[in-house]
Design a protein around this ligand. Structure first.
Ligand code: DGI
Ligand code: FE
Ligand code: FE
Length: 212
């Protein structure tokens, strides 16, 4: 293991609650494995995985406050749901606190919650690894077996299903809690529309949802 990865691992272990750290390690090792399967740089994937949720565990008010202080863009929707900003703030931390200069790693952290159209391989890898890492199991949900296999074979198609499951999940949540409206980020819908178009022909029967 290279020293930088080892140091970041220790840093995250120290800073994150245990459950978030275990998820973080799951994402980091899975992202490294997916990178290996496609002949990509697995150490960079591991760094992105280790840092993707580094700003997740702050109170929402604090996330919003820090984003505004750092001059990061905040939409009206994000103002109402600041947890959507943890990737953007996390990318800022990665750059300014953890010394990450690689723009691909920073973007993978920045866009990991909603994804976006035309993602780089690294962005797709972190978006997907975050969704399917082994800790993402819920006894009440069908498993993610098919999507986990697909991630190693057709990453665009796997991204499409992950985006579809996420949007379906949020729409279901909105239906079940009519008083507490779930605000869908335009980026999540744009991700789904783009990968649906890209994979249109083969996207017929989606694997089941495993989103928490
Ligand atoms: O930080 P993690 O929990 O590991 O995972 P994440 O960064 O993907 O965040 C997951 C949550 O984000 C999940 O509950 C779905 C939610 N989410 C994704 N896109 C949107 C969204 N929530 C809202 N309200 N709107 C979105 O567009
Ligand atoms: Fe996250
Ligand atoms: Fe995560």
């Amino acid at each position: 293991m290279n020293d930088r990865i080892d140091a970041l691992m220790k840093e995250m272990e120290h800073r994150l609650p245990r459950k978030r750290y275990v998820h973080t390690l799951g994402v980091a090792y899975l992202a490294a494995s997916i990178a290996m399967a496609y002949g990509k740089n697995y150490e960079k994937a591991m760094i992105a995985g280790l840092l993707h949720d580094c700003a997740k565990c702050l109170p929402e008010k604090e996330i919003l406050k820090q984003c505004l202080e750092m001059g990061l863009a905040v939409s009206d929707l994000e103002q109402q749901q600041p947890y959507l900003l943890h990737g953007r703030l996390g990318a800022w931390y990665a750059e300014h606190k953890y010394g990450v200069k690689d723009e691909k790693i920073l973007n993978a952290i920045r866009f990991h919650t909603t994804g976006r159209p035309e993602m780089s391989f690294m962005e797709k890898n972190i978006y997907l690894s975050d969704y399917i890492e082994i800790g993402r199991e819920q006894p009440i949900e069908p498993d993610l077996k098919e999507l986990r296999r697909m991630a190693f074979e057709d990453i665009d198609l796997a991204v499409y299903y992950a985006a579809k499951n996420t949007v379906d999940y949020l729409q279901r949540k909105e239906r079940n809690n009519p008083d507490k409206k779930v605000l869908m980020d335009g980026a999540a819908l744009a991700t789904l529309a783009y990968y649906k178009e890209l994979c249109g022909k083969s996207a017929s029967v989606p694997p089941q949802d495993g989103r928490k």
